[in-house]
Design a protein around this ligand. Structure first.
Ligand SMILES: Cc1ncc(COP(=O)(O)O)c(C=O)c1O
Length: 371
């Protein structure tokens, strides 16, 4: 593959010495779950996000589920989510006892449309989950305004948006709570599974701490049933090595995204996603929108360029949500996005020559697929 979709080995090569040294310390201390590295990472990540609290958990999915439960989600409650996201956003609502209700996207940014969100509110709605898809923050001001007027909580799904900003505010610091994923391919990725909840609310943070640890605040004294949703020390230690590099990595992603935009402007048949005014994306992914997407993708693979599809089917048309009774046409913006989206390689270890190779391959693939 001339340009792989992702190259984690390239990311880790210069960090291996530091990560292995940190892991040796964990091995020697024999403290594998929770402990010093986890607590230090929580402080450091809260500082990076500008929140009072960060609670590290086992995954981004845990983070979402625990945030919903900490905010008091009860059986039968409705939570509004966009249909174009990774399934975890909706899955965590169901796992927390709620019912996901979909609302369509803003076609310019592919994030939750505030007007559609408002229209989807019912007397059972308790909260909303704006997803900062591909790294671009959702339009938080109107979402927070509607939520505030209607007495709803807001949990940001910031799994793809580490250090992204919206009108000067950090992703993960705007809602009542936010969920981050540190899945290895994320902008800040662990060497395994990890996630975190950020919040300014001490009660939410305390509830998440209890939920992640079998409902116990004191060893073997359980306030409620909870989960095994803790962050392990090896992951926290690796994340601490990477966190100081995150801003520079994101800046490199942004530079490459600008280069993609410049080159793609000259390619017919390719729509790009741009940052809305006042928002800076973490550029977790670089989505483009093309006709005959699957054929374009196949041609690119043959030319040695890896691509992704995030996501091929919107949630309302997938079997786990068939019981909600949706059909094609219900959320046309999400459906169009799923039909045409193709995500291009974008990671800090790439260079501009590789961006040019990807654009050349895309341009030839789009022309070939149209024939
Ligand atoms: C938008 C979104 N939400 C939630 C998640 C879930 O995170 P995790 O895989 O760490 O459970 C992911 C990542 O996979 C994601 O991209």
């Amino acid at each position: 593959m001339r340009v792989p979709f992702l190259d984690l080995a390239a990311q880790h090569a210069p960090l291996a010495g530091d990560i292995l040294a940190a892991w040796r310390g964990v091995l020697e201390a024999g403290a594998f779950v929770g402990g010093e590295h986890v607590e230090a990472f929580e402080r450091e990540f809260a500082m990076a996000c500008g929140t009072r609290h960060c609670v590290a958990v086992g995954s981004g999915t845990d983070a979402l589920r625990f945030a919903f439960m900490a905010l008091g989600l009860a059986p039968g409650d409705e939570v509004i989510v966009p249909p174009m996201t990774f399934i975890a956003t909706a899955e965590a609502v169901t796992q927390a006892g709620g019912r996901p209700v979909f609302a369509d996207l803003d076609p310019a940014t592919h994030t939750l449309d505030p007007a559609r969100f408002e229209a989807a509110i019912t007397p059972k709605t308790r909260g909303v989950v704006p997803v900062h898809l591909y790294g671009q923050p959702a339009d938080m001001e109107p979402i927070l305004d509607v939520a505030g007027r209607r007495g709803l909580w807001v949990v940001e799904d910031a799994a793809q948006a580490h250090l992204a900003t919206y009108r000067g505010r950090m992703a993960g610091s705007m809602g009542h709570a936010a969920a981050f994923s540190f899945y290895p391919g994320k902008n800040l990725g662990a060497c395994g599974e990890a996630g975190a909840v950020t919040t300014d609310d001490a009660r939410v943070a305390a509830a998440v701490r209890v939920l992640r640890d079998h409902g116990q605040a004191t060893k073997n004294v359980h306030e409620r049933e909870g989960y095994n949703g803790r962050c392990d020390a090896l992951q926290a230690a690796a994340l601490r090595v990477k966190l100081p590099r995150l801003a520079a990595w994101n800046a490199k992603r942004a530079e490459l995204a600008v280069r993609y935009g410049e080159l793609l402007a000259a390619v017919p048949g390719v729509d790009v996603s741009t940052e809305a005014e006042g928002r800076s994306s973490s550029w977790h992914l670089y989505p483009v929108f093309v006709e005959h997407r699957d054929r374009v993708r196949e041609f690119m693979t043959r030319m040695g360029v890896g691509t992704g599809v995030h996501y091929p089917v919107p949630l309302h048309l997938m079997p786990p949500y068939a019981h909600l009774g949706h059909r094609e046409g219900d959320f046309p913006v999400a459906e169009d996005c799923a039909r045409r989206v193709l995500t291009l390689p974008l990671y800090p270890e790439m260079n501009e020559a590789q961006v040019a190779i990807v654009v050349e391959a895309l341009s030839r693939a789009v022309a070939a697929a149209a024939r």
